[in-house]
Design a protein around this ligand. Structure first.
Ligand SMILES: [Zn+2]
Length: 501
């Protein structure tokens, strides 16, 4: 068998050996030193038409295609929280499978008790390691009335994409897909599997079971999660920890109907007022300090090294306030602020429902009120234990209030060293020209803890979203600058980790 050899793998390998950054073009087998061939293994030597340095040209060439596919995805209102969108979830899964197939990947859906999970794969030739890239294609609800542009009819203006799910998480999912496609077509020796969930926004209730049932079919050497937010556009972030969550609704019913506040007021109990008092007993709303006994007992404080990383991450209070359109904050000390969002637990009031909320006032004493609450949790807090503490506390302070547990997610703390994180840092630098910082993420991704426990391999967070993209907010958006850099970054990352022994 005659070999005409040009080598993508070797191109990457030689680049890393020589520490050079200039493009390597065609390498003839005869010109490759035999000691390098021995290192690589001849079965992994493959033919390529061009090398990885052309990825920038590639990403620009697929810009229109990327945008068209993103629009196709965003225009499907795959809202997992609303049962009315069940058909859209199915439509989303089908669209994802057909896109994967059209790009040359194998793809199928797995049914669960809830929404399906899409699994795709670019298979490499020979005995190669596997990386699993996790994204989700369900989205938060969006009320068109509150948006400047329609949330489910994606608009494209000068490389800015507006619509629900553009940044969380359909845009990053497609950037990863296009990066993977390039790596696959250029014979980077790695199997690339996609796990696209459709229940992330409701706490991944069936993801763990899916992994338990199918873990033997989807073995992997490492996982990439692309669903996180940078500190700012100037500073890529690679988070290594996530907060957990315990949601609760508390309902208090004090009568059968709303009654006249003149006739009954002073004697009738007021459930809205009592829930407000209960909330006040739970936490100090001005400082955020939680007053439930035992709440902070298990909190693992960040190490000095971590706090240093937080401070050097480019985290800036003025930028933070502007990106999130916040008028003022609980503290103006950057050190305390960064720990508050990344390493400390919270108690949050999302809404109080009850009474009269129309124009003016209506002089009634309400008969029922509901508080929607959650607590973000940090390592080593346990959602079950926190829920017990909360339930006992409510029983003591307001015995006839009913606590209903809502979503529950464990916190996650990984590493920020090792070959995969090093590869992530180098890939970010290559693609975006900027040094990435290792931070934690204040949000929660339940699937991460499941993947950590069941797939038992390193997990790296390669997010592309920015604070101003508006995760979960109105006018969510994404942009080509991040998508383009993301495609490049994924190519470099995949090439690098294909070499990890
Ligand atoms: Zn997300």
């Amino acid at each position: 068998m005659k070999r005409t050899i040009t080598v993508a793998l070797l191109a990457g390998f030689l680049l890393s050996q020589a520490g050079q950054t200039t493009p390597v073009t065609t390498l003839k087998l005869d010109s490759i030193p035999t000691h390098l061939l021995a290192n690589v293994g001849t079965e992994k030597i493959m033919k390529v038409e061009s090398d990885l340095a052309n990825v920038e040209t590639y990403s620009n060439s697929v810009k229109n295609e990327y945008e068209a596919n993103l629009k196709k995805f965003v225009d499907i209102p795959s809202v997992s929280a609303d049962p009315e969108h069940k058909a859209d979830i199915k439509k989303m899964a089908d669209a994802a499978v057909s896109l994967l197939k059209s790009m040359g990947a194998e793809a199928r859906t797995y049914e669960t008790k809830g929404n399906p999970i899409v699994v795709g794969e670019f298979k490499a030739a020979g005995d190669c390691p596997t990386v699993t890239i996790y994204n989700h294609l369900d989205v938060q609800p969006a009320d068109p009335e509150d948006w400047k542009d329609p949330p489910f009819n994606m608009s494209i203006h000068d490389g800015v994409y507006k619509g629900r799910g553009t940044t969380d998480d359909k845009g990053p999912a497609l950037a990863a897909l296009y990066g993977a496609k390039y790596a696959h077509d250029h014979k980077v020796p790695i199997n690339i599997r996609f796990l696209w969930e459709l229940e992330e926004e409701i706490g991944s209730p069936n993801f763990e079971n899916f992994l338990l049932n199918h873990k033997d079919e989807i073995p992997t050497n490492s996982v990439v999660v692309s669903d996180t937010i940078w500190v700012s556009r100037e500073r890529p972030a690679i988070p290594y920890g996530l907060r957990g969550l315990q949601g609760v609704t508390v309902t208090l019913v004090t009568g059968a109907k709303d009654v006249h506040s003149g006739t009954t007021g002073g004697l009738a109990r007021n459930p809205i007022g009592e829930l407000c008092q209960l909330i006040d007993e739970c936490y100090d709303a001005k400082t955020g300090h939680v007053k439930i006994p035992g709440f902070y007992d298990d909190v693992a404080k960040p190490s000095d090294d971590e706090v240093k990383h937080f401070l050097s991450s480019g985290f800036d209070l003025a930028h933070f306030s502007k990106a999130h359109e916040l008028n003022s904050l609980r503290t103006n000390d950057p050190k305390e602020a960064s720990q508050r969002i990344w390493a400390m637990p919270t108690f949050e009031v999302h809404g109080i429902v009850g009474g009269y909320s129309g124009a003016g006032i209506k002089t009634i004493v309400p008969h029922k009120a509901e508080a929607k609450l959650s607590m973000r949790l940090v390592p080593n807090q346990n959602p079950e234990k926190i829920l017990k503490l909360f339930e006992n506390f409510v029983k003591e302070k307001c015995p006839d209030a009913v606590v209903k547990p809502e979503g529950s997610l464990k916190p996650y703390l990984g590493e920020f060293t090792g070959p995969y994180n090093n590869a992530a840092k180098e890939a970010m630098k290559k693609a975006f020209g900027k040094e990435a910082s290792f931070t934690r993420e204040g949000g929660s991704i339940g699937a991460v803890v499941s993947m950590h426990d069941i797939l038992k391999c390193p997990i790296v967070f390669l997010g592309l979203s920015l604070p101003e993209h508006g995760y979960h907010a109105v006018n969510e958006n994404f942009d080509w600058q991040q998508a383009n850099g993301g495609i490049n970054m994924f190519v470099h990352y995949l090439a690098k980790i294909s070499q990890v022994k």
